[in-house]
Design a protein. Structure first.
Ligand code: GLN
Length: 500
């Protein structure tokens, strides 16, 4: 199926079309809903789509546009990862446990985007409870990679990434605990940013590991991510880790004039950690990333080698901490107040056991068990406390590195999208694929992935840029300049409707 320009348009072009009344939000949204209906059966990127509700939001947006009460996202359709609570709408976290949960309130991010007039196209598929790197553990079945059905879309925000890549939604939200925005962005050939911890409120974003979870944005380009992220950030007193600082307009920041058009990145120093380029790294990924780095240099950036000596410890550290926090966060799902409750049980304890055993899939249960173990008396010091100490060392590595560079670059993932099911029997192998993304969450830093090439099988390769705290504008600007000079972000997968 060929893309008509409307599906392929950047948000700024959709904005102009809406403002100039070339198209209404109802019409635009209807086109995306039709496209979801035609193509999503082959991708499984969405869990919930509610046409009437979506069109009612589009109608309200059109009224705002008619009254000239327009904000940058008014009337623009977008998709939400199903980890964000949406009032009056099913919010499942891709778990059987929440398969009957209609949220009574909106997540802070959803409230902000509603206030901005954005139109909710639907809730996207993901790994159950955001635990995974492939979007295969969903109660609703796996997400397919739009570039090659039969391959994973990455995870845990695989549905949002696949939806944006296949242009079922212009932009989408995600959440990132150990890479869940950046890695699916890389696997699906789009741009995704995870901001500094605390910039996006976690209120109403179903908790996985609270000290690592952070909402993020997906778009085809840095420009689209900048528009979405600008509307998602903002202080929220309901999240105790929300940062009270002025919001930034990233979309305006990336358009700042440059003094030397031929070398728009002059003055930018990018650190290259040797730990992110091990000998055993696949040659296609290495070649694509190195070529992108050469492009950054051509645009005026200087590259220098740096060390992140403790980054290699990030997998065990991140997983110990994430599982510990998850075991505590997920204790709220007990079958009493909301969510799945077993039909038959002998007594209260039996009701807890049966409800949780039936409601959670194998990977979630594995993590609750491991998390409970590392927090238990006698093991807390050996695992959890140790992990917290190493977390501090990893964060310290970054601060030392940023004394000598502005951004850090490397591959987003050591692999490209694997075949569905091929890693399911070996969870640790899958955890290891998060080696380049997890250090960033442990340090609370912002990170971004943008497309930079393809492997021989035609699957996308992503480049990760990491910045110091609050350097979102710098990350997005560097990517924007790269994307103005290259066309990786303009490539589209050959998505077609499944045979009837
Ligand atoms: N892949 C990591 C995990 O399974 C991170 C997931 C995420 O970022 N939500 O925990």
């Amino acid at each position: 199926m060929t893309l008509s320009p409307i599906f392929d348009a950047p948000v700024s072009v959709l904005r102009r079309a809406l403002d100039e009344k070339e198209i209404s939000s109802i019409e635009l949204t209807g086109l995306f809903l039709d496209r979801i209906e035609a193509l999503d059966p082959g991708l499984n990127a969405f869990i919930t789509v509610d046409r009437e509700r979506t069109l009612a939001e589009a109608r309200a947006a059109d009224e705002r546009i008619a009254r000239n009460e327009t904000k940058p996202l008014t009337g623009i359709p977008l998709a939400y990862k199903d980890v964000f609570c949406t009032e009056g709408m099913l919010t499942t976290c891709a778990s059987k446990m929440l398969s009957n949960f209609v949220s009574p309130y909106d997540a802070h991010v959803v409230s902000l985007l509603k206030q901005a007039g954005a139109v909710n196209l639907g809730k996207t598929n993901m790994d159950e409870c955001a635990m995974g790197s492939s979007s295969e553990t969903s109660y609703y079945g796996p997400v397919n990679n739009p570039w090659e059905p039969g391959h994973v879309a990455g995870g845990s925000s695989g549905g949002s990434a696949a939806a944006v890549a296949a242009r079922l939604a212009p932009i989408a939200t995600g959440s990132d605990t150990g890479g869940s925005v950046r890695q699916p962005a890389a696997f699906c050939g789009i741009t995704g940013i995870k901001p500094t911890y605390g910039l996006v409120s976690r209120y109403g974003m179903i908790a996985y590991a609270s000290s690592l979870d952070q909402g993020g944005a997906f778009g085809a380009s840095a420009e689209d991510c900048a528009l979405l992220l600008s509307a998602m950030t903002g202080f929220d007193p309901r999240d105790s880790t929300s940062l009270d600082r002025p919001t930034e307009n990233y979309a305006a920041a990336i358009e700042a004039p440059v003094s030397d058009a031929a070398r728009p990145l002059a003055g930018l120093t990018i650190g290259i950690p040797k730990e992110f380029f091990p000998d055993e790294m696949g040659s296609e990924i290495r070649a694509a990333v190195e070529e992108a780095l050469a492009q950054y240099r051509a645009l005026g950036a200087s590259l220098r080698d740096i060390d992140l000596p403790n980054a290699r410890l990030a997998i065990p550290v991140c997983y110990v901490i994430a599982m510990a926090e998850a075991s505590s966060n997920l204790s709220r799902f007990d079958g009493v107040r909301y969510g799945h409750r077993a039909a038959e049980y002998a007594d209260l304890v039996d009701m807890y056991c049966k409800s949780r055993s039936e409601g959670f899939g194998a990977e979630v249960q594995r993590r609750i068990l491991a998390g409970t173990f590392v927090l238990s008396h006698g093991y807390y010091d050996a695992y959890y406390l140790q992990a917290q100490k190493l977390r501090r060392l990893i964060a310290g590595d970054f601060q030392r590195a940023f004394a000598g560079c502005d951004l850090i670059a490397g591959p987003t993932s050591p692999v490209t999208a694997w075949v569905l099911g091929s890693m399911s029997d070996d969870p640790v192998q899958m955890y290891l694929a998060d080696i380049y993304t997890t250090p960033v969450n442990l340090a609370g830093l912002p990170g971004l992935s943008h497309p930079c090439g393809f492997d021989a099988a035609g699957l996308p390769i992503g480049l990760q840029l990491i910045g110091n705290y609050f350097s979102e504008a710098r990350l997005l600007t560097a990517t924007h300049r790269f994307q103005q000079a290259t066309d990786w972000h303009l490539r589209r997968p050959p998505v077609s409707a499944p045979a009837a």
